[in-house]
Design a protein around this ligand. Structure first.
Ligand SMILES: Cc1cc2nc3c(=O)[nH]c(=O)nc-3n(C[C@H](O)[C@H](O)[C@H](O)COP(=O)(O)OP(=O)(O)OC[C@H]3O[C@@H](n4cnc5c(N)ncnc54)[C@H](O)[C@@H]3O)c2cc1C
Length: 339
């Protein structure tokens, strides 16, 4: 494993301390980060992956993944992600736990070829790691409805994860807010536990993939509140209902329920980047075709990137591209030639 070591002065007694410089630090251990980890570790790059929670990312929040190639009958999210982690670790990927709070670039001296020694610094609370390249794979998390009652009743009937919370709602009545793939998949899964599901959707038709629409319309436990938005979640100690408004007629209606599952999109985990990297208006990272961001040697992949389709398969593909691009950059910095 090729981790560069430098010596630096750390005290008045000229005591020398070893400062490791990793070839690559990957931020985030979801499908994008773990795939980048597999590629970089197989290329024998000194790589560290930093994860703030559990490896696996959002994919561990879903019961079944049916659209990741190679599993004709689907695979559970946790199982797929456990396999990816195992594969990365087998090739030598080092994983550390902590939340990255800042990324900085330290511009150093020029080398013999006139190239700047740009070491990047990744900060986790009071610890700093040094690296030649960074792969940003910090993904996204569920958007909130931002309505009264949501924050107060979170964990007391308001949920953003069906796999985590469905068993708490056995034989109860719940609502699902959203109309995309995730909302419909999760609503279908919830019917295994609950008595009745009402899907509240702001439009008069679903955005979800056709096969999911066929399943949801055939499911007798599911009904719809079309053209409607949730305006308030009702209840004192726990959820007792939801207030909805029809966007076409402005009519308000109360739906009595014990649970509200929210699947209305994502927000990218990019706040820790401050102004270092170019983002779009929503905070998604802008990259070129090789996943390079506005900063040389810093790459981004997966759900945190501005792109059309946020899925496991695209996250993995981009993780591989980012890793390969980073490897080429590192080899160039080190003057490695294959001629
Ligand atoms: C309920 C649900 C169902 C889904 N179903 C499917 C499906 O059936 N098929 C499909 O293909 N896709 C599905 N998806 C989407 C899929 O899970 C995502 O597209 C994919 O996980 C994105 O991978 P990622 O690695 O880019 O990011 P993520 O999976 O979001 O992983 C990012 C990781 O980074 C970590 N992190 C974030 N910030 C920091 C930080 N500052 N420091 C350290 N670590 C950090 C997070 O803890 C997380 O582990 C589903 C998503 C959800 C929520």
């Amino acid at each position: 494993m090729s981790v560069v070591s430098t010596k630096s002065k750390t005290s008045s007694k000229e005591e020398m301390k070893e400062e490791k410089i990793y070839d690559a630090i990957i931020i985030g251990g979801g499908p994008a980060g773990l795939t980048a980890g597999i590629y970089l570790s197989r290329a024998r790059m000194g790589t560290l992956l930093i994860e703030k929670a559990l490896p696996g990312g959002q994919a561990i929040l879903t019961e079944i993944i049916e659209n990741y190639p190679g599993f004709p009958h689907g695979i559970t999210g946790p199982e797929l992600m456990q396999k990816m982690e195992e594969q990365a670790v087998r090739f030598g990927l080092k994983i550390e736990y902590g939340e990255v709070v800042e990324v900085k670039i330290k511009v150093g001296k020029e080398d013999k070829k006139g190239k700047e020694d740009k070491v990047k610094i990744v900060k986790i609370n009071n610890q700093e790691y040094r690296t030649l390249t960074i792969i940003l794979a910090s993904g996204a998390e569920a958007s909130k409805l931002e309505v009264p009652g949501e924050e107060e009743l979170r964990g007391r009937g308001v949920s953003y994860c069906a796999t985590c919370d469905a068993p708490f709602f056995k034989d109860q009545k719940i609502v699902v807010v959203g109309g995309g793939d995730t909302a419909i998949e999760e609503a279908l899964y919830l019917t295994k536990f609950v008595r009745e599901v009402t899907i509240i959707h702001r439009r008069d038709r679903l955005r979800a993939t056709k096969i999911l629409q066929e399943r949801v319309f055939a499911n007798k436990k599911i009904n719809f509140a079309w053209d409607s938005v949730a305006t308030k979640i009702l209840g004192k100690e726990k959820v007792e209902g939801v207030l909805i408004q029809n966007k076409k007629t402005a009519e308000e209606k109360e739906i009595s329920c014990q649970g509200v599952f929210v699947f209305v999109g994502n927000v990218p985990n990019s706040k820790f980047l401050y102004e270092l990297i170019k983002l779009d208006q929503k905070g998604y990272i802008l990259t070129d075709d090789n996943m390079m961001t506005s900063q040389e040697g810093i790459y981004a992949c997966g759900d945190v990137r501005k792109k059309l389709l946020r899925q496991v398969v695209t996250a993995c593909g981009e993780g591989a591209t980012a890793a390969f691009a980073a490897q080429k950059y590192i080899e160039e910095l080190k003057g490695v030639s294959y001629k």
